[in-house]
Design a protein around this ligand. Structure first.
Ligand code: C2E
Ligand code: CA
Ligand code: CA
Length: 535
């Protein structure tokens, strides 16, 4: 019979397991973690040499051999995979005709379990076109597969007769975005929108989307941004024979230590999404990288579209762990505190605020980003970690309080001034001594009650100290509330930073003597202190 002889080689190949499963890795896009493999048929030693599915799947379908081919491949693949860690899954392709076989679920179960593998680690991939024709039977068969514990993927989504009815009516778990979309998405904005819509559709139906044909890093990054987190393609590996797949499994780093690839991903995402001309991209890149502040861009769903390394450090997570995920998912506790500010930013309100959490202080700035017609498309975020500055300020305040308290017990009145010489604080004893309100002295207020003859000298000394950081030592008269002149001896020393800059002036004012209204100065004559240059 000519038919028989036509398929004789194929039949024999299937019987002898000459057609073998090759394994293509399926990975988590953000960290390349291995999730499992798609099983792809190969006939390495046919009379015509190495053959791929295009050379024999159609004949297998025509001849009715496809079911035995699937069983043979699954049996071989399951035996290999039964030695792998339990979390790894296998995905197997089904042909249209197989969905007319009401015994399919039962037959597959006996193969899978016979090979020591488990049904709940199997995904069967079905193309959309398989669901045309006798939809009733196909539906029953698909349900029985599902009932047997198998997961179901709709393959090549978007290429065939995409019917949303299928997605709704059948119990799919996975939606595979066809490689043709992945290929074109980096080239055209429109294609990107289609992928975004497909991924969004998957999300809203509660399906996992898997991108096929990922060949370039930029595609992977863009997919993550669009919310697609699983993929396969040459970027992660071509289909390989069983032994190589096992090597891959064994080389997989432990799950506790996911390896994150490029640190620079966020920038590529910016370029990819906005398709910026090179020059502008270079500028953006420089701004992002050079910024001493953490920067990110959030879309309307508050997902990280891009962020710089600095922000990743502030958040204590790799760049990769942010991209495509929501603030709520990445930083659940922080999100509780900032959500209303983010919501305000999405409504068009810019905010700047300080957030203190877990011993850290951050200054954050949210800026709504608008598109050409003024609609808010996301939020641009800048964050500075001011924890160290806060700690330093706190320590400084403590010292000051102690200083003023301690100095207040002596005959000297303590005061502090900022690096520019503005009086910040003075001990209440000042008021007791002079009868002048404490507030009058603050800033440059002290100059008002100074004797006009003394003022020029004091100002020149004070400005010299402020400029050089050297100690101040001057005497002057001030007019008390009762009109008397009071001689004061003023001393001050600077507290300096590690870099030698003045951070505070600590001073004392000591009473030297009083002269009644209209009388010549007494104490200066007696002590000889007046207007003496500091030593
Ligand atoms: P498919 O299910 O869409 O499988 C993906 C195809 O894309 C595979 O081709 C794979 O090698 C190829 N591919 C994977 N990554 C990349 C990439 O990054 N770039 C490019 N350009 N291609 C990539 P393959 O193995 O030739 O399979 C072709 C088709 O044959 C499969 O398409 C599937 O529909 C069918 N097929 C393969 N094995 C079986 C099988 O055991 N049973 C059935 N019924 N069909 C099978
Ligand atoms: Ca497939
Ligand atoms: Ca496919």
């Amino acid at each position: 019979m000519p038919m028989l002889s036509k398929y004789r080689d194929l039949r024999r190949a299937i019987r002898d397991d000459a057609i073998v499963p090759y394994f293509q890795p399926v990975v988590e896009l953000s960290n390349r973690r291995l999730l499992g493999f798609e099983v792809l048929a190969r006939w390495p030693e046919s009379k015509r040499g190495f053959l791929g599915p295009a050379d024999f799947i159609r004949q297998a379908e025509e001849s009715g051999l496809i079911q035995s081919l699937t069983e043979s491949l699954m049996c071989q693949a399951c035996k290999v995979a039964s030695t792998w860690p339990g979390s790894l899954r296998l995905s197997v392709n089904l042909s249209t005709s197989q969905l007319r076989n009401r015994l399919l679920a039962r037959q597959l179960r006996s193969v899978v379990e016979g090979a020591g593998f488990s049904m709940d680690r199997i995904t069967m991939e079905i193309t959309e076109s398989a669901l045309l024709g006798d939809v009733g039977t196909a539906r029953d068969v698909v349900r029985s597969l599902k009932d047997a514990g198998i997961r179901l993927a709709i393959d090549d989504f978007g290429t065939g007769y995409s019917s949303l009815n299928h997605l709704r009516a059948l119990p799919f778990d996975i939606l595979k975005v066809d490689a043709s979309f992945v290929r074109s998405m980096t080239l055209r904005r429109e294609d990107r929108k289609i992928v975004a819509a497909v991924v969004g559709l998957g999300h809203s139906l509660g399906l996992t989307t898997v991108a096929e044909g990922v060949e370039e890093q930029v595609q992977s990054e863009m997919l993550i941004c669009l919310g697609c987190h699983v993929g396969q393609g040459w970027l992660y590996g071509k289909a390989v024979p069983a032994a190589e797949a096992t090597e891959m499994v064994n080389a997989e780093p432990s799950r506790e230590l996911p390896s994150y690839p490029s640190q620079d991903v966020a920038l590529t995402v910016v370029s990819a999404l906005e398709a910026l001309p090179g020059e502008r991209l270079a500028q953006l890149r420089a701004i992002y990288e050079g910024a001493p502040v953490g920067i990110c861009f959030l879309d309307r769903q508050l997902r990280y579209v891009s962020l710089n390394q600095r922000l990743a450090e502030i958040n204590n997570l790799p760049v990769e762990a942010h991209l495509g995920r929501t603030v709520a998912a990445v930083l659940p506790r922080v999100y509780e505190v900032i959500r209303f500010r983010l919501d305000a930013a999405l409504k068009g309100e810019a905010t700047a605020f300080e957030i203190t959490m877990e011993g850290r202080s951050l200054l954050a700035n949210y800026q709504p980003a608008r598109d050409e017609v003024g609609e808010v498309v996301g939020v641009s975020v800048a964050v500075i970690d001011v924890t160290r500055r806060k700690q330093a300020e706190h320590a400084l305040r403590e010292v000051e309080t102690q200083y003023l308290r301690a100095a207040g017990n002596s005959s000297q009145v303590a005061w502090t001034a900022d690096p520019n010489g503005l009086i910040l604080d003075v001990h209440p004893q000042w008021s007791l001594l002079t009868g002048l309100p404490q507030e009058e002295v603050l800033g440059n207020g002290w100059q008002q009650s100074l004797h006009p003859d003394d003022l020029p000298h004091v100002l020149s000394e004070w400005s010299r100290s402020i400029m050089t950081g050297s100690p101040l030592d001057v005497e002057y008269r001030i007019r008390c509330a009762d009109g008397d002149w009071l001689w004061m001896h003023i001393r001050a020393a600077a507290r300096k930073s590690e870099q030698g800059q003045v951070v505070r002036w600590y001073g004392t004012a000591e009473e030297m003597g009083r002269e009644a209204r209209g009388h010549p100065p007494v104490s200066s004559a007696q002590t000889g202190f007046a207007f003496s240059e500091q030593s």
